[in-house]
Ligand binder design. Structure first.
Ligand SMILES: Cc1cc2nc3c(=O)[nH]c(=O)nc-3n(C[C@H](O)[C@H](O)[C@H](O)COP(=O)(O)OP(=O)(O)OC[C@H]3O[C@@H](n4cnc5c(N)ncnc54)[C@H](O)[C@@H]3O)c2cc1C
Length: 416
């Protein structure tokens, strides 16, 4: 038995669901296959405001607004003993981007997938796909449904939206990993965390332990997400179990620990790898990659969903044009050029964050540069101020000898 569609999307996270919506709205014949039934847990809870533009195009912005997720107006960074001045999105160039939301991913992802169904995509859940074939581009895709029956998928275009699983990416492209940005994360949700009043209550807070390690605090409805990001060896030094690692990391950050005096952990402690990587190829004959299957950047600036949705937005017109061209199979290589620009700009800022000789504080005190930084934190990566800032950061890193090809330094005395 065979599933037939013009476009088969493998994976129903935000990237896959967004692409399904955009294609189905244009009348394309789309089938999406997701291994889980939703809602399901996923890490990645903080949006940046530029995502609002895509959510409006997807027809879910009003729904999200009514849902009651905490409003996120900014980001604040803390050193060991001192807070720095918060970055508020209202300082950004575009007034439409002055706030966004912190989301419970189980609900956010289910909302997007539901929208895909509403606009006519055929959404199959509990449907795990497997890809067989060679790296030369000849591959066969099959899907196993919960009942255990296996069917092949016959499509003109296959899209890998399976996140870090990379079901097609691993076969057709492979990833270039950036070993100097090899981190892991340990995280959980907590109740009864002391948050600041007013608009600061929804901000993302970043607590730096040193050049290599930091913690996030992301307010969600009823709970607060807290996690540490650091090189794996550093995490092992903090404790023997995920619970011990997270507790030790919080204790090592006095300003965060103070907010957690009354707090109780509400979920198990989970772990994730968060390598920074980029696929060697974005697409080829009859296939392309979007979302985390295409690339992933360290989560310090909460860019995952922004990049995932942006890649879906760029894939949609490329696929529509390819289907119209009638060529079989259509070549989709090079569709993600705009994505690459955003990816590289954020990567420069990530390298600066992990460079202990680079000081964002001094940098951010200069008026226009501050606005450029806020534009970047907002995801508005192409304003003149944002471009200037990225260029200035890149040349400062170059001068410090930490440009393109060098990695972040671990704080003196810290393990590698
Ligand atoms: C520690 C950490 C913190 C993060 N914090 C943030 C943050 O604050 N903000 C942010 O924007 N991003 C954050 N991210 C990144 C964010 O989680 C991802 O970028 C985002 O989820 C990518 O969306 P996606 O749709 O590409 O992949 P996913 O959301 O991973 O979706 C992929 C889907 O494919 C399905 N799938 C996989 N394999 C198969 C298969 N064989 N068959 C069928 N289905 C399959 C999966 O079940 C899943 O539902 C963080 C990431 C990490 C690791």
């Amino acid at each position: 038995v065979t599933h037939r569609a013009d476009v088969a999307i493998l994976g129903g996270g935000p990237a896959g669901a967004a692409l399904a919506i955009l294609l189905a709205e244009q009348g394309c014949d789309v089938a999406l296959f997701e291994q889980h039934t939703f809602p399901r847990f996923h890490i990645g809870e903080s949006l940046i405001p530029a995502v609002n533009r895509t959510l409006a195009r997807l027809g879910v912005l009003d729904r999200l607004d009514r849902h009651g997720f905490p409003r996120k107006h900014g980001v604040q960074f803390f050193n060991q003993t001192t807070p720095t001045r918060p970055f508020y999105f209202r300082e950004a160039t575009d007034a439409a981007l002055h706030s966004t939301w912190q989301v419970e991913r189980s609900e956010f992802d289910a909302m997007l997938l539901q929208r895909a169904r509403e606009v006519g995509a055929r959404v199959h859940t509990s449907a795990r796909v497997a890809v067989a074939g060679d790296s030369g581009g000849a591959f066969a895709v099959s899907v196993v449904a919960r009942q255990g029956c296996e069917r092949t998928i016959d499509a003109r275009i296959f899209v890998d939206a399976s996140g870090q699983h990379g079901v097609l990416a691993r076969r057709c492209s492979g990833w270039r990993r950036m070993p100097e940005l090899h981190n892991a994360a340990v995280f959980a949700h907590y109740r009864h965390v002391d948050l600041d009043p007013g608009i600061d209550a929804g901000s993302t807070l970043v607590y730096r332990l040193d050049a290599a390690a930091w913690l996030w605090l992301i307010p969600l409805p009823d709970v607060v997400s807290i996690g540490i990001v650091a090189p794996p060896a550093r995490l092992h030094d903090l404790g023997k179990s995920p619970e011990a690692i997270l507790a030790a990391a919080i204790a090592a950050s006095p300003l965060l620990a103070a907010r957690l005096r009354r707090a109780r952990r509400a979920t198990p402690v989970r772990t994730a790898r968060d390598f920074t990587y980029r696929a060697h190829r974005d697409g080829g004959r009859g296939w392309l990659l979007i979302g985390d299957a295409l690339g992933f950047i360290d989560p310090i600036y909460s860019t995952g969903l922004f990049l995932a949705l942006r890649s879906a937005e760029q894939a949609a017109p490329a696929i529509v044009a390819a289907l119209a061209s009638g060529s079989a199979p259509p070549d989709l290589a090079g569709f993600a050029r705009d994505y690459d620009i955003a990816f590289d700009r954020f990567l420069t800022l990530v390298r600066a964050f992990y460079c202990d000789a680079f000081h964002f504080g001094a940098f951010a005190r200069q008026g226009e540069r501050r606005r450029g930084l806020v534009d970047m934190l907002t995801g508005d990566v192409s304003t003149a101020a944002a471009v200037d800032v990225v260029q200035a950061v890149a040349s400062d890193l170059e001068a410090l000898g930490r440009g393109q090809h060098s990695g972040p330094r671990v704080a003196r005395g810290g393990p590698r």
